[in-house]
Write a protein that binds this ligand. Structure first.
Ligand code: SF4
Length: 364
């Protein structure tokens, strides 16, 4: 096995990223085979349990209330609706359900209690449950863990430097603090980022430095290609080339050998050949379902056809870590606290975010 390093430098990561492609692919595939079955890929299903109306200003996101996009907002789904979708996903070979809510941070109260019930319900279906709900406190992380949460997603998005060009309503340290809160429980960490937001290759390497420094490294790292949605500040960013995606996946695989590398947003623009190269380079998870929160995603049947063609098998749940037990609400050790966490709000000016906001005001 290869040593898991937490001291990668940006220079070393750039050297890997910029290797001749065939060499990079060979190196990444070699690491991949040492830690993972190369013919197994996890199928995860992303459910938007509360859509739109988000107070944050993430420049890539059509769910931010301040931009004018075609996204229709939805209140929190019911537990029954979530259960029905999870059962459907399971029937298609999905072993993980990730529930996303367009919130800045979790607020204690009825809605969070309902999310906890969703976690309990899906865990009882013997599927891995992941949530992405924004920033959370240690107490909230414990409450999710007790409910049976398997993973918490909180992306770093980019390097610390470039993050300031993407979001002004919260700081990078808030992201790290949330990950730290999750790490105080048995819940695994899912954290990655997006390429194609106008960042430099150095920023991609910078994000990988930040992720590899975490000890332990995240169990799951989603690599997203920006889906440039009309009305968002990034609507004019040019599409990510497949070669950039392959390089990013391969580099991630080499510097985080044990991690599940997720091929996430942007797959609709990738050919099967392109996706196959990403799997060869070490990607071992996809998100299935016709929507990724709000942006388009390949149809599940198409994905299953691709799996058949490539001889890939969907990964069973809990192969890398045991299924957590669910504690019922009445037996919980962690009660809701009257917390007032001090999440930051830098509110520096990001020109393209301001322009998109002004444009939205003119339309509405
Ligand atoms: S990415 Fe999340 S936090 Fe940012 S605007 Fe979208 S829903 Fe809100």
């Amino acid at each position: 096995m290869i040593e898991i390093r937490h001291n990668w430098t940006k220079k070393e990561i750039l050297e890997i990223y910029n290797k001749p492609l065939m060499e990079l692919l060979y190196d990444a595939a070699t690491v991949h085979r040492k830690y993972h079955d190369p013919n197994t890929v996890q199928v995860s299903t992303l459910l938007s349990i509360k859509t739109g109306g988000c107070p944050e200003d993430c420049g890539y996101c059509p769910q931010a209330a301040r931009y004018h996009t075609s996204i229709k907002g939805n209140d929190l789904m019911t537990v029954q609706q979530v259960k029905a979708q999870a059962l459907r996903a399971k029937a298609f070979g999905s072993s993980r359900v990730c529930m996303g809510a367009a919130w800045r941070n979790v607020k204690n109260g009825q809605e969070f209690d309902e999310v906890l019930e969703m976690v309990r319900t899906i865990n009882k279906l013997d599927m891995e449950v992941c949530c992405t709900l924004g920033m959370i406190t240690e107490n909230q992380a414990h409450r999710l863990a007790e409910a049976g949460l398997f993973a918490y997603n909180h992306n770093l998005d980019s390097s610390e430097e470039y993050y300031k060009e993407v979001i002004s309503t919260r700081g990078y340290q808030d992201r790290l603090d949330t990950i730290d809160n999750v790490r105080k429980t048995n819940v695994t960490v899912c954290s990655g980022g997006i390429i194609g937001m106008g960042e430099k290759v150095e920023d991609r390497a910078g994000m990988l430095v930040a992720l590899t420094t975490l000890n332990p490294q995240p169990e799951s790292v989603p690599i997203n290609a920006l889906v440039a949605v009309e009305g968002t500040p990034m609507e004019n960013e040019k599409p990510v080339e497949i070669w950039e995606m392959i390089r990013m996946v391969a580099t991630t695989r080499i510097v985080m050998p044990e991690t599940q590398v997720r091929l996430s947003a942007g797959r609709t623009d990738m050919t099967r050949e392109g996706q196959a190269m990403c799997f060869f380079a070490g990607a071992n998870s996809i998100f299935a379902g016709d929507k990724l929160l709000t942006t388009p995603n390949p149809d599940v049947n198409e994905d299953m056809e691709m799996f058949k063609m490539l001889g890939l098998n969907p990964q069973k749940p809990f192969i890398r870590k045991m299924q957590p037990e669910t504690v019922e609400a009445e037996d919980s050790q962690y009660k809701s606290l009257d917390e007032k966490p001090k999440w930051t709000r830098p509110e520096h000016i990001i020109d393209r975010n301001e322009e998109a906001k002004i444009k939205a005001k003119k339309i509405e």
